[in-house]
Structures are given as C-alpha cells and as structure tokens.
Design a binder for this molecule. Structure first.
Ligand code: AMP
Length: 194
C-alpha cells in the first residue's frame, strides 16, 4: 500500500528542506504543487497559461486545475509507493478531492505534518531566499499576501485533519535535525514505519 504524507507550512516554514529528507529516507517523491506550477509556467503549457495570473498575484489557482495537475503527477511511476505532498491540499474542497483521488491509487492520507513557524521568522527566511531564488512571488508585498492566504485557509484544514486523528504539529523553529526527529516520531506513531 502506498504511503502519502502531507506537509503543511507557510512559505518559509521549511517544507522544501524536510521534504527532501523524507524523499531520501522513504524513497517517495516530493510532490510540491508550487514547483509543478512553476514547471508549467516555464514550459508555457496550457495549464501554465491558465495558472500564471493567479500565481503572479499570490492567489490560489482554481481547485479543478490544481487537482488535475496533482492526479497526473501521482500517476507517474516514481510515485508508485506514495508521495510527500507539499502545498496541496490548501482548501477543504481540495482535501475532499484528494481523498477520492488516493482511493484510485489504493491509498489514503497516512499523516499530516504541520510545520509551525512564527510570522516574523517566515518573513525573515523568505527575504533571505528571495536574494537567490529569483521567484517573483518571494517579493515582500506578494509574500505578505501568500502568508495571509495560507494562514486563513490552513486553520480549517488543520481542524479537518485533526478531527480525523491525522494531524501532527511540528515545532518548525527548532534546528533542522530536531524538526526531522519530530517528523519521524509522528510518522512512526501513525503508520508503524520508522
Ligand atoms: P508555493 O510554492 O507552494 O508557495 O506555491 C506557489 C503558488 O502556486 C501559490 O501562491 C499559488 O498561486 C499556486 N499554488 C500552489 N499550490 C496550490 C494549491 N494547492 N492550490 C492552489 N494554488 C496553488
């Protein structure tokens, strides 16, 4: 049975860093919706053309477009054993769609890891990242909006997964290895894997 791990965190919470570690340890790919969108943008695919305006404004791309993109990605052979999903779902309708989608793959959401980092720390981390990332949406004005959108939507999603006993809150301001340790413990507690 494939393993699906969700990783929640505001921009700058450390999702990219921890996803890379999980990928190396569990052999399941890091599927980041933001990265997939950026690939579509750079290749100027039809999906990229639809998504561009939303992304440049720091707004969410419509759910139907986003869900189709994730479905296509999970069908790729490297995701046969599951995936670490980063940045998806971001809304309750997306979470519901994901449940249906994972049934198609013979799996379910195994654990939801929520990386908790204070807003001041997020702003500082992403200001540093913007110096080298070249990402238009790392600009401070767009970033503030992305964080606001994230915080307003995540509360509900966290409640959704907490009610289902799947949510693990991780102290994301600790050193990287400490954060990884908390993540291992959460995965082991909910899947029996270590
Ligand atoms: P991220 O790199 O995860 O911050 O995503 C960058 C941008 O891609 C976001 O600001 C949104 O415009 C879009 N995006 C990424 N994931 C989603 C999603 N699950 N639903 C809608 N839009 C998304």
């Amino acid at each position: 049975m494939p393993t699906y791990i969700l990783l929640f965190g505001a921009p700058g919470a450390g999702k990219g860093t921890q996803s890379a570690i999980l990928k190396a340890e569990y052999g399941i790919p890091h599927v980041a919706s933001g990265d997939l969108f950026r690939k579509h943008l750079s290749e100027n695919t039809p999906l990229g053309q639809v998504a561009r305006g939303y992304i440049d404004n720091g707004e969410l791309v419509p759910d139907d477009v986003t869900v189709e993109m994730i479905r296509d990605r999970l069908h790729e052979p490297d995701a046969d054993h599951g995936a670490v999903l980063d940045g998806f779902p971001r809304t309750i309708p997306q979470a519901r769609e994901l449940e249906k989608l994972l049934v198609e793959f013979g799996g379910k959401v195994d654990v939801v890891l929520s990386l908790k980092v204070r807003e001041a720390t997020l702003l500082e981390r992403v200001a540093n990242r913007a110096l080298t990332s070249g990402r238009a949406d790392d600009h401070p004005d767009v970033l503030a909006k992305r964080i606001k959108v994230f915080l307003s939507q995540t509360q509900q999603l966290e409640d959704y997964y907490r009610e289902r006993g799947l949510l693990a809150e991780i102290e994301g301001e600790r050193p990287v290895t400490d954060v990884t340790g908390q993540i291992h413990a959460a995965i082991a507690a909910r899947t029996g894997r270590d």
